[in-house]
Design a protein around this ligand. Structure first.
Ligand SMILES: [Zn+2]
Length: 310
């Protein structure tokens, strides 16, 4: 038995690493609704209106929903999603701990429909880490969308990490037999190290601030509510958003592999968005693929969508 397990363990490291594909279905239009579903992991990022009617039966696959903040366009889908996907211990909702709206919503939902008693509501804060299966976890990080003192968590971004055990460098080139012997002699813990990869990051609603928080993300999903400078127009002055130019400038200065832009205002047409992205790609010399969640459209499997700039 022990021998067999060793052999499986070795096979795992010798076999070509299988890359996990993420099937991401998403809708995002500033002011109206934002929801992003990662099918393989059963996680939902924000739960705007229309999430269940967009996902239909797949709504029941949602195990964990990470909500960035309590604005209407990020939470209203919970009224339909919760009773629809409720079963023992699920879905698990995570929300910024200092937002009073969530406990109100929880209490109302419980009174409204007994099915909602299954739903688990979890207050979280800056740097909270939440396990997603055994080899993934989500880390919450504070953003500045809602003005609040540093110790207050009212608006969060989320980063998804994969943890993998890898053979230490000095053992990589050894053959199977030698590895098996070493494994027996030294034990697994001395042969491998744990590698963490930031597979995906989701900004939620946020102004562009600290570039460093996204550096090293494989996929970044970032909001870009405005194409131009709307500072002088009265738009929700308290809650801060990002402009496309600032987002792309930041992207040109950090290391990421793919960018997905979301939360555009419904005032923009697809053509305007594409044109602006292409101009800015030139200006900032951006070479990575950029995909867009256009206002008013559900995108199914967005990573297989053609990038705007390719
Ligand atoms: Zn929003």
């Amino acid at each position: 038995m022990g021998e067999h397990r060793n052999s499986n363990f070795i096979e795992k490291f010798i076999a070509l690493k299988k890359k996990m594909n993420l099937t991401i279905t998403a809708y995002s239009t500033g002011l109206f609704s934002t929801w992003i579903f990662i099918e393989e992991l059963g996680i939902l990022l924000d739960a705007g209106d229309g999430v269940s009617s967009g996902l239909l039966q797949k709504t029941r696959k949602i195990k964990q929903a990470f909500i960035t903040h309590p604005d209407r366009d990020h939470i209203m889908g919970l009224f339909q999603l919760n009773p629809l996907s409720a079963r023992e211990g699920y879905p698990k909702i995570y929300y910024p701990k200092d937002c009073g709206s969530f406990p109100y919503m929880r209490d109302f939902q419980r009174k409204f429909d007994v099915q909602n008693n299954f739903v688990e509501w979890n207050p979280i804060e800056n740097l909270s880490e939440i396990p997603v299966r055994k080899d993934f976890y989500v880390k919450a990080i504070r953003n500045e969308h809602i003005k609040a003192a540093p110790e207050i968590s009212k608006s969060l971004s989320y980063k998804l990490y994969e943890t993998k055990e890898k053979l230490k460098k000095e053992y990589v080139d050894l053959d199977k037999k030698t590895l098996q012997n070493l494994f027996q002699k030294k034990g697994k813990e001395n042969l491998v190290k744990t590698i963490e990869t930031n597979i995906l990051s989701y900004s939620g609603d946020t102004p562009v601030d600290d570039y460093e928080k996204w550096n090293g993300s494989k996929i970044l999903i970032h909001e870009a509510t405005f194409l131009e400078n709307f500072d002088d127009i009265k738009i929700n002055k308290e809650n801060k958003h990002s402009k496309l130019d600032e987002v792309l400038k930041m992207v040109s200065e950090i290391e990421i592999e793919q960018l997905i832009l979301c939360h555009f205002s419904s005032r923009y047409y697809k053509e305007d968005i594409d044109k602006n992205i292409l101009e800015l790609c030139k200006k900032y010399q951006i070479k990575i693929p950029i995909r867009v969640i256009y206002p008013g459209e559900i995108h199914r499997d967005i990573l297989n969508q053609k990038p705007v700039n390719y």
